[in-house]
Structures are given as C-alpha cells and as structure tokens.
Design a protein around this ligand. Structure first.
Ligand code: PEP
Ligand code: MN
Length: 369
C-alpha cells in the first residue's frame, strides 16, 4: 500500500521529541500538578491514560470521560498539547469531542486488527495525528498493519511508539526491547517518527535512563515516559513512574549524537571502517561456502558407510568448544550458539542433499548451467 505519512512532531533535527505524563489520570489535582511541572520543561506532548487496559479485572481501570475534562484544563492552563489512549469507537468519539490533540493506540489494541479497524473507522474523516504502539507480541507485520489501517482512514500524521514486547520467564525488562524489530519497522516505513516508551520497556525506575540513551543511540526520534508527582502512590504502574524533577534530569543527561555529518575526515574514516567490515563479511561467506563443501564430503562418506547425518554428540562438542573459545575472545554464548546453529542447519541441508541425490551443490549448479 502506498502510504503518505507525515511527521506528528515538528522538531529540529537532533532534538528529541518529549512526551510525558502520568500512566493514568487519577484526579484533577494530580493531572494539573504533573502538567504544570512538565510545561516548565517545554515537553512536546502531555500523556495521560483515561481508559486503562488492565490485565486482570478489578484493578484501577481509569477514571473515564471526566479525565478528558482535566486534560482540557491542562491545555487551557499550560498550552500543552495532550494525548490519550483510545481502544474503541466510544473512546475515539469522546476524545475528539473533548479536543484531545493526538490519539494513541496501546499495545493491546495494535495486536487486534478488529480493534484497530474499529478505531480507524471511528476516526475516518478527522485528520487527527495518531501514535501507534508496537503490538504486545514481536510481530512487525501486525505493527505495519495497524499503520496501514489508520492511514487508510485518511490520517496523514502517524508516528509509532516502541514499548517493547511481552515475553515469558525472567528478564531484566518488563517488556523486551528487541531493538532489531523497532529498527526493522523504521526500515519498512522510512521517515516515520518513532519514540521509545522506556517506562513500559523497563517496568522499573533505575534503568529508564539507560534505555532512553539506547533509544537515542539508535536514532529514535524521542521518548514517551510516565511521570507522576508521587510515583510510589500511583494507581497504576507505580514501580516505573518518576517525578517531573527526575524526568527533567533524565532528559538533560541524554547524549545526543548527530545522525550524519558533512565532516569529510569523519566520513572518510567511517567509509574506511565500512570497507573493512564488508571485506570481513565477504571472507566469512567464502569460509561458510568452504565449510559446506567439507560437509558435503562428509555426507558422501557417510552415505558410503551408511551412517546417519545427525550425530548429536559431535554437535554438542562443537557448541561447547566454540562457546568456551567465544568467551575468551569476547563473544557471548547467545551469539555463538545462534551463528553455529545456523551454520549447522545449512550443513545438514547440504549433507542431506548429497546423501539423497549423490550430487553436491556445485555439481548440481554445473549440471543446470
Ligand atoms: C500505557 O501507556 O499506560 C499503556 C497501557 O501502555 P501499553 O499499551 O504499552 O501497555
Ligand atoms: Mn502505564
């Protein structure tokens, strides 16, 4: 689909977009106190959840429509633009009626095409900016699909929010960042503005700055962070919220790097390093090819002697040896395992072919030519 996507935020290059505000609106007082403090920091957009998608019923599910009136007061008093999460038709109508400036789709909405379509249909005819969080599960296509549905509804200003992906088991993160998926989305939708919701990635205060910096280093366009005047008392997501003052420090501490430069010496140096990397990648491919030739020879030999392809003791031995070696030279176990697994699988494919047909890849290619 040919999508015309314009930026939601008008920001000079190199300056991060800053979205902040409480996880949930709790009271007029709490919303206004937070907004006044954040307005002094010149943030770009004030966030606040009005309807909260909670995992279990019975938790605080948001204050509802009355909270929209508090956001109107924020606008009137501070001049800040405001945003809230919408998940169905009624939310969209209420948000539009109350003059909310930007809508956002939560992770639990993006995951469901029925819900995204319902929101898109409700928005149709109103060109309001929309920010779309990644779906809960690591599926870039689902994220793309939501962008497409909203764009098809006639929305021209669309941005995305990277808030990490749900995973099973213990992790330092509440939601795994899986940065490569965020980068992949940026590749698929060039130019789309992406902010990092470090709050929902971290789930805790002490790692917020680290993740925010990571996002800047990966050329993300800004941050969405949960800020509360009294975080420990927050009615939702207490563990990850910070005060406006702490947030101000976090933003000040960000090291911003330029995406590109015209400095010739710098460019030549980078160019040189890139050539060296290309050279190494090329050598690696040639070595893999040689390795496959050896695997094919083993395949022929095994065929002659009637031995099975997979010999798990040999595979374990290779893996153990390589991980030990990797540790010595600064390669993580995870990396070594992934690379070797891929190589091993390719070797098995080559061997299988030889054992079933008796021809090597090279011979097959020659025969075809
Ligand atoms: C939120 O922003 O408060 C929220 C509910 O986030 P997510 O949709 O990322 O879980
Ligand atoms: Mn939250």
């Amino acid at each position: 689909m040919d999508m015309k996507i314009n930026p939601v935020f008008d920001k000079p290059a190199g300056q991060p977009v800053v979205i902040a505000g409480p996880c949930s609106a709790e009271s007029e007082e709490q919303v206004l106190t937070t907004a006044r403090a954040l307005a002094k920091q010149n943030i770009d957009l004030f966030r606040s959840g009005i309807w909260k998608p909670r995992t279990r019923p019975g938790s605080f599910e948001g204050v509802g429509v009355i909270g929209l009136k508090w956001l109107q007061k924020v606008k009137a008093e501070t001049g800040l633009k405001v945003t809230t999460e919408v998940a169905n038709r009624a939310h969209v109508f209420e948000a539009l009626k109350h003059g909310i400036d930007v809508l956002w789709l939560g992770a639990r909405t993006t995951v469901n095409p029925f819900s995204v379509q319902e929101v898109a249909d409700a928005i149709k005819g109103v060109d309001i900016p929309v920010l779309i969080k990644n779906p809960i599960n690591p599926d870039v296509k689902l994220w793309m699909g939501a962008i497409e549905r909203i764009a098809k509804a006639g929305v021209t200003k669309i941005g995305v929010i990277h808030r990490g992906f749900s995973s099973f088991g213990n992790s330092n993160y509440r939601n795994e960042p899986m940065w490569q998926l965020a980068i992949e989305l940026k590749r698929l939708v060039p130019g789309i503005q992406m902010v990092c919701d470090n709050s929902h990635i971290c789930g805790r205060r002490d790692t917020l700055a680290f993740v925010a910096q990571r996002a800047m280093d990966l050329q993300m366009d800004g941050l969405m962070t949960e800020v509360h005047p009294n975080p420990d008392e927050a009615w939702s997501d207490a563990a990850q919220q910070i005060t406006p003052a702490v947030f101000g420090e976090l933003v000040k501490g960000l090291k911003l790097r330029k995406a590109s430069t015209n400095d010739v010496e710098f460019l030549e140096h980078i160019d040189d390093l890139r050539h060296q990397i290309d050279e190494i990648d090329n050598n690696l491919l040639n070595l893999y090819s040689k390795r496959m030739n050896l695997a094919e020879n083993i395949g022929k030999y095994k065929k002659k002697n009637n031995i099975s392809i997979l010999q798990s003791s040999r595979w374990n031995e290779i893996l153990e040896q390589s991980m030990a070696k990797g540790r010595e030279i600064g390669l993580s176990d995870g990396f070594v395992t992934q690379v070797l697994t891929a190589i091993h699988q390719e070797s098995i494919n080559h061997q299988t072919k030889v054992m079933n047909t008796g021809t090597t890849e090279k011979q097959a290619k020659k025969a075809k030519a």
